[in-house]
Design a protein around this ligand. Structure first.
Ligand code: PLP
Length: 385
């Protein structure tokens, strides 16, 4: 593997540790080092590593076969759970990743509108081939992308005024995840809704990360409904997953009984292990109360870290919503220092400073993390020695 790695966001200099196993919320590396997992697999690990209901569902499914190339009951059950959870999703189809879900949603929007242009936002991330962190990513699929600053209503209005008739869809993260856990400002999503309705464009919420912020997703949290929603990450209990869905009138393009203009044939779309894990996770574990409590804990942690950084006079702030947060500084060296100090203290977060809380992280572990941050903030160059 180039770089000894097959998932670029897990690399950090000089080299990442290699995990051997998880014990509850603790990762153990091949050298026996232990650290509390605060990265939560970039939001996909919401349930933690060994939640019994999900584990039991996976094991039970293994006993019933795992390479089934036929439709089966579990995919219907999971589809019903997903549609019940997210108001805009009247019908849904599954994929193997969030990237694939966004590719399918965009392709669908191009098909139903007959238009070529995809409006996206600076710093947006919708997958390895749909990345807008620095303009158009070099590996991006060759759609006609129109990139506009996030949270800038006049810029979106100007884009629609100039090119509205060619805009098939707007793809937006209600909170930009990879872009630093930046929430949509009040009115931004509502403005996108209004402009898409006025111009006949499809509004796509990429809720691959943000659907964890409220039992009904960020669309319920912010009170704005898109035409299509894409999902992924945690929704199959941590197993491989993606989904796209939306209005019945749009999704009808995939219905063979209605002509089946579009085909989505992926080999593993309905893989039974993900379906089984997802049903157990959504039906038995992720109650509205559990999710709300997790996000409340995230809000508390973010406030606490901000008080610590401000009190110490460090040029660092933590942005985010609920259980998703990211450290920001004007100089990335602060984040690097912080990341390595926390790793040395036994806490693993993303190298870019992202934290995604999981259900199995305890209050004691969060207290210990907050205390480690306080010690570091008091002496950033020397802490931990
Ligand atoms: C908002 C958003 N969309 C899409 C994706 C891509 O999902 P996947 O990595 O499952 O392809 C990600 C991954 O981080 C994401 O954060």
């Amino acid at each position: 593997m180039p770089g000894g790695n097959t998932r670029t966001v897990l690399h950090f200099d000089p080299f990442p540790f290699r995990v051997e196993r998880a014990e509850g919320s603790v990762l153990v590396d091949v050298d026996g080092h232990r650290c509390v997992d605060l990265l939560g697999n970039y939001t996909a690990g919401l349930f933690g590593h060994q939640v019994p209901a999900v584990r039991d569902a996976i094991v039970a499914q293994l006993d019933r076969g795992w390479a089934i190339g036929a439709t089966h009951a579990l995919e219907i059950e999971l589809a019903e759970l997903v549609c019940a959870r997210f108001e805009s999703v009247e019908q849904v189809r599954f994929t193997n990743s969030g990237t694939e879900a966004n590719l399918m949603a965009i392709g669908t929007a191009l098909h139903v509108t007959g238009r070529p242009t995809v409006l996206v936002f600076e710093e947006g991330y919708h997958g390895g081939v749909l990345s807008f962190a620095h303009g158009i990513g070099p590996l991006n699929v060759p759609h006609d992308f129109l990139i506009v600053p996030y949270n800038d209503v006049p810029a979106v209005e100007a884009a629609f005024a100039a090119r509205g008739a060619s805009i098939a869809c707007v793809v937006v993260e209600p909170v930009q995840g990879s872009g630093g856990c930046i929430p949509a400002e009040p009115g931004f999503l509502a403005a996108l809704r209004r402009l898409c309705t006025e111009h006949g464009s499809v509004l796509i919420f990429d809720e691959v990360m943000t659907s964890r912020l409220h039992p009904g997703g960020a669309q319920a949290l912010f009170g704005v409904l898109p035409d299509m929603t894409t999902l992924g990450k945690y929704l199959a209990g941590g197993m491989t997953f993606g989904a796209f869905g939306g209005r019945r009138s749009i999704m009808a393009a995939f219905d063979p009984a209605q002509g089946g203009a579009l085909s989505q044939a992926g080999t593993f779309n309905n893989n039974v292990v993900s379906m089984a894990a997802g049903v157990a996770a959504l039906r038995d574990v992720l109650t509205p109360q559990a999710l709300i409590a997790l996000n409340d804990r995230g809000d508390e942690l973010r406030d606490r870290l901000n008080v610590t950084f401000a009190g110490a006079g460090l040029p660092m702030t933590v942005m985010g919503v609920g259980s998703m947060m990211n450290v920001h500084t004007p100089d990335d060296r602060w984040v690097a220092l912080f990341f390595h100090a926390m790793l040395a203290a036994g806490f693993y977060l993303a190298r870019r400073g992202m934290i995604a809380l999981a259900l199995d992280v305890t209050d004691e572990q969060l207290d210990a993390f907050a205390a480690a941050v306080e010690r570091w903030a008091a002496d950033p160059a020397g802490a931990g020695r």
